[in-house]
Design a protein around this ligand. Structure first.
Ligand code: ZN
Length: 152
């Protein structure tokens, strides 16, 4: 496993649309492992592949309930609305309020190639939306309705 370099806002790789993963090979597994290690080392709750310079539809999330690995995730259902403060490992020191669905259901593929469905509410819903946005080249910074100061 290895810590990968996290790309910062302004890097072109962060505004590109990622490609679907068609084959889950050793490189994809290695990427998942490295992304988790990189996320934990940076104290993040999520990390998307473009944040480490890879334009593949892969993300990892851990909101405190253990790691979730997502390959080719797609939001299939949303419900309600919430407004919370978000940050991003690619935009250190910047925090802002973003409106997201209260609840989202996502379909994805796991590392074994099996499809699964996950429904998240609250912070998990935010993390799912935030990371899937990354895969389409969208940064939370563009969705912020109000930037806020957060004590570190
Ligand atoms: Zn982010």
């Amino acid at each position: 496993m290895a810590i990968r370099n996290i790309r910062k806002a302004g890097d072109e790789v962060l505004i590109k649309k990622c490609r679907e993963v068609t084959v889950i090979d050793d490189r994809v597994i290695q990427l998942l492992e490295d992304m988790k290690e990189t996320m934990y080392e940076a104290n993040g709750v999520g990390l998307a592949a473009p944040q480490v310079g890879i334009l593949k539809r892969i993300a990892v999330i851990d909101v405190g309930d253990g790691p979730i690995e997502l390959i080719n995730p797609v939001i299939v259902e949303t419900e309600g609305e919430q407004c919370g403060t978000e940050g991003c490992l690619s935009a250190p020191g910047k925090y802002g309020e973003v409106i997201r669905p209260e609840k989202v259901t996502v379909t994805a593929t796991d590392r074994n190639g099996d499809n699964f469905k996950i429904t998240g509410e609250g912070l998990l819903a935010v993390a799912l939306c935030h990371e899937i946005d990354h895969l389409d080249g969208n940064l939370f910074l563009d969705k912020v309705i109000r930037f806020v100061e957060v004590e570190q």
